[in-house]
Design a protein around this ligand. Structure first.
Ligand code: ZN
Length: 175
């Protein structure tokens, strides 16, 4: 990947989406600083509100988020995130994923979440989130463990979505 190239987003069933990502170490700092802006480019281009490193074929614990509520970009980069607290209250929100384009399902997750992480400069940070951001952070965090939003729904619904995705992608390949 060259510096100005926008990375390709992997699609289900690529096995790299199912692997557990490794913590970012001091030796990965240069790679991560180069990768994060490229991941943001790919996310904005898609467009999406979150993208995890495994989705671009990099097995490191890193994801980017921007809910894009304002006109000006507000990118957030999360390195080695850890979920340190979740609320008992559950919220159900419709989710989609750039690795399962065009597929959506209602997913139940804790309504609020507290995350510890490092920023791109390696500084320790903490964030408490609710609403869409809480959903997004948990969705992206899952990607680092090879978990997809369809793993949170019934097997029946999951199989329907995966079949529909496979069909959509076949049609797209033919078009
Ligand atoms: Zn996703």
């Amino acid at each position: 990947m060259t510096d100005d190239e926008i990375p390709e987003i992997l699609l289900v069933p690529d096995p790299r989406l199912r692997a557990k990502a490794k913590p970012v170490g001091p030796g990965d700092a240069d790679q991560v600083r180069a990768l994060a802006p490229r991941m943001l480019d790919a996310m904005y281009k898609a467009p999406g509100i979150g993208l995890a490193a495994p989705q671009v074929g990099v097995g490191l614990r890193l994801f980017v988020v921007d809910l894009q509520k304002q006109e000006t970009p507000a990118p957030m980069v999360f390195v080695n995130p850890e979920i340190v607290a979740v609320s008992e209250e559950i919220a159900v929100r419709e989710e989609g994923c750039l690795s399962l384009p065009g597929q959506y399902a209602d997913v139940a997750r804790p309504e609020r979440v507290k995350l510890r992480y490092l920023d791109l400069m390696g500084a320790k940070r903490e964030i408490e989130a609710d609403g869409l951001l809480a959903t997004c952070l948990q969705h992206e965090y899952d990607h680092l463990d090879g978990i997809l939003f369809v793993d949170h729904i019934s097997a029946l619904k999951r199989n329907m979505i995966l079949r529909k995705l496979a069909k959509d992608l076949r049609l797209k390949a033919k078009a």
